[in-house]
Write a protein that binds this ligand. Structure first.
Ligand code: ADP
Ligand code: 5SP
Length: 458
């Protein structure tokens, strides 16, 4: 049996799957935690990768490995390959002012047509502008910039030479300085951010190209592109640390409002994507607030009626990216003496988190996506309340694949692809899934929109 490994180095943890390259059958797996925070030294990801690989029984018998990871994080390296400062992650909002400046300087229309994205604090390019403005010495020492998955692949290669940095088209498309239509970097935009264009950027590998390492190393991918490879297509809603709505497209999205980012996928096509900073951790925080665990939170949410008797949660607990409100905070609206119960608050948290994703779903539809159903993945897709309430909010059937690590699976499928000379990734049999259907409850969306509007009006 030929084995391949896939890695998901995500915000909260590192997960490894080892699968049969031909059938996709799961052979072994492992995981390890990442530290909290929006500023993390990449060495923690390396340590977690080592632990997760050991937990998965190591690389014995593995012929190829690909790493998928959280997108956008800024990893700066000096001339000798040392990390210059802690990486700023996708959910670090300190570069919000830099994002606004870059948008003004180039124009939102121009960004959307040229790069497929309009800068928000999540994107690497805005973090580079922040670095140049606030830590000029660190900016000066920066000889190369890469993304979390690029850095881990490079460390596995063990070379130390900046010229050996590699990435893939999906993750490069989330930097703000890579054009996924021409497949070229934009040195002028890089210079606009950091003041110079002589910074080494990773070579962008083809979808099934590979680099040398302890085993064959695939190009890797942004976690959302890998999830798409893992679930095998469709409209995907991922509820991890981030809330993400994606589909696959033949043409790059160009949305000057910035809600839909026109990223690339991991197969040579495109991945229109809407992303919130707030998803699974809204439920974590609500459970903490109510003094219950996540199972009890789900039971409480399901014991309240749709609409939570008027309680609405706007879940901008970490600021927000969609809509672009990096400085916002969360709020509970509509509380009265009679509806202020744990059950209604639990339901409002689930509904609020899902309404945030429904906004992204609408934006994807406006960009031409055909949404007759969605596939739900990510940590919070395990929640029974989320599964049952999702169709009432989205207004379409919700398919939940068997619990699994779909990002790591997508990376493993890419690794298997590097072992073939085929035009497409190998066809692996899909896991069993459960479909959740329910009548739409449009009032929930309407009341949420009314409450969320109060933030936009501030
Ligand atoms: N039963 C559950 N109900 C709700 N949320 C859950 C449940 N199990 C795990 N989660 C949440 O899933 C999140 C982790 O999901 P994951 O997709 O691994 O995140 P990431 O990819 O961003 O690291 C955590 O916030 C965790 O609390
Ligand atoms: O910023 C984005 C997508 O644009 C996020 O989706 C990150 O890629 C982090 O993903 P998770 O760790 O939440 O899966």
């Amino acid at each position: 049996m030929t084995l391949v490994a896939g890695v998901d180095s995500s915000t909260q943890s590192c997960k490894v799957v080892v699968r049969d390259a031909e059938t996709g059958e799961l052979v072994r797996e492992g995981r390890a935690s990442h530290p909290d925070g929006t500023e993390v030294h990449p060495s923690h990801w390396w340590d977690a990768l080592q632990s997760a690989l050991a937990d998965a029984g190591g690389l014995d018998g593995v012929e190829a490995l690909s790493i998928a990871g959280q997108q956008h994080g800024m990893v700066c390296l000096d001339e000798s390959g040392e990390v210059v400062r802690e990486a700023l992650l996708w959910n670090d909002t300190r570069s919000a002012a830099a994002a606004a400046e870059l948008t003004d300087e180039v124009g939102a229309e121009q960004w959307a047509t040229r790069m497929g994205v309009v800068p928000v604090a999540s994107f690497t390019i805005t973090k580079l502008r922040w670095l140049a403005q606030h830590e000029p010495e660190n900016a000066r020492r920066t000889a190369a910039v890469c993304l979390p998955h690029d850095w881990l692949t490079w460390r596995l290669r063990g070379s130390g030479d900046l010229a050996d940095l590699v990435t893939d088209r999906s993750d490069a498309s989330g930097t703000g300085y890579f054009d996924s239509v021409t497949n070229e970097y934009a040195p002028d935009l890089l210079a606009l951010a950091i003041g110079r264009s002589d910074v080494v950027l990773p070579r962008v590998l083809g979808a099934s190209e590979w680099a040398d390492g302890p085993v064959r190393l695939g190009p890797g991918a942004g976690d959302n592109a890998a999830a798409m490879l893992g679930v095998g297509g469709g409209v995907v809603v991922s509820l991890g640390t981030s809330g993400v709505v994606t589909a696959t497209a033949d043409v790059r999205a160009a949305d000057p409002s910035g809600i839909v980012a026109g990223f690339a996928d991991a197969t040579g096509r495109y991945l229109p994507l809407a992303c919130t900073l707030n998803a699974a951790r809204v439920l974590d925080a609500t459970a903490r607030m109510l003094g219950v665990d996540l199972t009890r939170l789900s039971e409480l949410a399901l014991s309240a009626p749709p609409g939570a008797e008027g309680v609405v949660m706007v879940p901008y607990l970490e600021g927000e990216r969609t809509p672009n409100l990096p400085g916002s905070t969360g709020a509970l609206h509509g509380l009265t003496l009679t509806n202020a119960t744990p059950a209604n608050i639990a339901r409002a948290a689930v509904e609020g988190m899902l309404c945030g994703q429904a906004v992204g779903l609408d934006a994807l539809i406006a960009q031409g996506a055909d949404v007759s159903g969605v596939r739900l993945v990510g940590g919070a897709a395990v929640s029974q309340a989320v599964r049952e309430i999702a169709p009432t909010v989205f207004g379409v059937p919700v398919t939940v694949p068997a619990p699994g690590e779909y990002v790591a699976d997508g990376a493993a499928r890419q690794a298997a692809w590097t072992l073939t000379a085929a035009d497409n990734p190998p066809e692996w049999s899909s896991s069993e899934s459960t479909v959740f259907e329910a009548d739409a409850v449009p009032e929930v969306r309407a009341r949420y929109a009314e409450a969320a509007q109060k933030f936009l009006n501030r």
